[in-house]
Design a protein around this ligand. Structure first.
Ligand code: CA
Length: 648
């Protein structure tokens, strides 16, 4: 070729803007297009089966400009599997299609698909009603964890699968006493289910039953295809697509949105479709020619390269359009460049009501990564350059409240390190006060949280900071109190609240910090425990209801900061503030008074003039009001107390 991937000559000659890469199906013909500018030859191979048998026919592809190779086959190829044989520098590799929309078992062959055929009944009418009015609260969930517990009330054949979401009115052991799975989430009051990776990943063998396999799925294989392990049949390429759509439809019918965790920053291995199709184009390389490893997963993709950026933009929009996805969470977003993230936001905004689609990500990376054009990484320090429609997980809030995420025994504000009290008002203000040294444009750019799938569960972390050798399964009142305090702080802070599934019922992984491939018995949601900690679940329900009826806390407007008044206290002992409402129709109160009492002892506070209702006393949270308070309130120790002033 004679010039480098990053030269202007390459850009002029080979950057391709067409939206037709992959297999474009009609009943009469299918057009295959693959971008392979360094290839000497590309051959299309058709197969009857997704993994077995030899090639039915081979078709030499023609160059059609800008490095694209094409073939048009004038027959109905629906359900036919295919690969490309790409020859570069005399070496031929066989690969699935980077742009493939369907695949066979374990994703090694793509499949031509008529997507209409995969739509469940009513799919064209499927959408999330009143999405523009939703008060966001995000629940982070792994598909298998959701229902694999034999007590989940889900039928055996659907446990751990997409279809578990389609079962209505499931209860613990089917006894009708305590709701489980989707019925439970409907009652809980969250508004978005954030699914851990559910595109096709490589670490689970789809040809074997899912029962004895578990992985979070941060090892992408086919970005535009759902994972096969969660389907009832991974071998027929249609089934995973249809069942994924059935899941989305069921979640929408429950009034909840669907967020996908997307992992564009690395691929399962460097033996990938990307590397086989255009060697070394899609990845960052170190100067010595080895693969960069900022992901700590063996490779980093290059979002700053034109054709990978294009791939990411199209892939995200494809999920939004074809699968009706309501939000995207970007894994290790700090490995991507700011421009790519902003371009994705712009592309989503151009879809119908696309500006309502959530975008947020981890503003960090495992290690440094050599960006090719010296572009700006989407790290926390650069949040001000990200479009205001892109939020970041705030690790400062997380670590301030409960303690450092990597050092198990290191406590936070509530569990032993009271000096962090200075930072608590910044947590409340979603760090929009600039005191973190970075500048979110407004609270809409912050995800406020204390637990996620990574690291210890909140329950385990609190146990580790209080006990030498904790029994995680025991119900401990002191840990429960701290759990309620942490949740109370998250739910009365600005930003979008987010929590790991089960945080609300003291989920434990028995102290296991990194459970990405740990057995299901440890990972799965334990629905019996949910029942046993029903009081904690009710407490979370109360907090979520308060947020729904006091919209100031969910405001994305930077001017909302002016609604907060912090009272003069020693922050090591207590942080006390009031928030003036925005007079929304949904609001039950015109003002909230919030006390984070960090001492063990209770303390009495004078209340401003007005008719106050005690909504949360640190043990119970009752949005309709526990009792009236005038002039003063007694705030419990190690607790969040919330009072609401009635709308007059
Ligand atoms: Ca897979």
């Amino acid at each position: 070729m004679g010039y480098s991937f990053d030269s202007e000559d390459f850009a002029k000659e080979y950057h391709y803007d067409g939206l037709d890469l992959g297999a474009s199906y009609t009943k009469e013909q299918t057009t295959f297009k693959v971008w392979a500018p360094t290839a000497e030859q590309v051959t299309l191979c058709l197969y009857k089966d997704g993994s077995e048998g030899t090639c039915l026919s081979e078709h030499t592809m023609e160059q059609s400009g800008h490095g694209v190779w094409s073939a048009v086959l004038a027959k109905d190829l629906e359900g036919v599997y295919y690969t490309y044989r790409v020859t570069v520098d005399g070496k031929t590799e066989e690969t699935q299609d980077i742009y493939g929309k369907a695949c066979g078992v374990n994703g090694i062959r793509s499949m031509v698909v008529d997507l209409e055929k995969t739509n469940p009944d009513g799919w064209n009418e499927d959408y999330l009603a009143n999405r523009n009015k939703i008060v966001p609260a995000i629940y982070e969930l792994h598909i298998k964890d959701f229902s694999s517990d034999p007590h989940s009330g889900v039928t055996k054949e659907h446990r751990g699968k997409y279809l578990a979401f389609t079962e209505n009115e499931t209860t613990l052991d089917g006894e009708g006493k305590f709701s489980t799975c989707l019925s439970y989430l409907k009652e809980l009051g969250i508004s978005y289910i954030h699914l851990l990776p559910s595109f096709d990943f490589a670490s689970v063998d789809e040809s074997k039953p899912l029962n004895n396999q578990f992985n979070w799925g941060y090892d992408p294989l086919n970005y535009n295809v759902p994972e096969g392990g969660y389907a009832t049949d991974a071998a027929d390429g249609h089934v995973r697509i249809r069942e994924f759509k059935q899941m989305v439809q069921a979640i929408h019918q429950a009034g909840l949105g669907v967020v996908m965790d997307v992992v564009y920053n690395h691929t399962y291995s460097t033996d990938s479709a990307f590397q086989k199709t255009v060697p070394d184009y899609y990845y960052r390389l170190e100067e010595d020619g080895t693969f960069a490893n900022g992901s700590i997963c063996g490779n980093d993709t290059a979002s700053e390269r034109y054709m990978y950026r294009k791939f990411m933009i199209e892939s995200v929009c494809y999920w939004a359009k074809e699968y009706h996805i309501d939000g995207f969470r970007f894994d290790l977003m700090g490995l991507h460049d700011v421009e790519t993230m902003n371009e994705i936001r712009k592309a989503l905004n151009q879809l119908p009501s696309g500006d309502e689609i959530l975008m947020y990500g981890e503003p960090w990376r495992g290690a440094e990564s050599p960006m090719i054009h010296d572009t700006m990484p989407a790290l926390k320090a650069n949040v001000e350059y990200l479009n205001e429609g892109i939020a970041i997980f705030n690790d400062d809030t997380r670590d301030t409240i409960k303690g450092h995420v990597f050092y198990a025994k290191e406590p936070g504000y509530i569990n032993g390190k009271a000096e962090l009290g200075e930072q608590v008002p910044s947590c409340v203000l979603a760090w929009c006060d600039g005191k973190g040294g970075y500048k979110p444009k407004n609270p809409g750019q912050t995800i406020t949280y204390v637990s996620a799938h990574d690291n210890f569960t909140l329950w385990d972390k609190l146990n580790l900071t209080l006990y030498e050798e904790p029994d995680y399964y025991e119900r401990k009142e002191d840990i429960l109190q701290l759990n309620r305090m942490a949740a109370g702080m998250v739910m009365t802070s600005l930003g979008t609240p987010f929590f790991q599934a089960g945080e609300e019922f003291a989920r434990t992984k028995n102290g296991i910090e990194d459970s990405f491939k740990t057995e299901s018995a440890i990972n799965q949601l334990d629905w019996t425990r949910a029942y046993e900690f029903k009081d904690l679940v009710d407490y979370y329900k109360g907090l979520l209801t308060i947020r729904k009826h006091f919209l100031a806390l969910s405001s994305k407007d930077s001017e909302i900061l002016e609604h907060f008044t912090f009272y003069d206290t020693n922050p090591e002992e207590a942080v006390v503030f009031s928030v003036r409402g925005i007079q929304a129709e949904e609001d039950w109160w015109e003002e909230l008074m919030v006390i984070y009492q960090n001492t063990e002892e209770e303390k009495s506070y004078e209340l401003p003039v007005g008719s106050w209702q005690l909504l949360c006393d640190g043990t119970k949270c009752v949005p309709e009001g526990i009792k009236s308070c005038e002039k003063q309130v007694l705030a419990s120790g190690k607790a969040v107390t919330i009072l609401g002033k009635k709308v007059s």
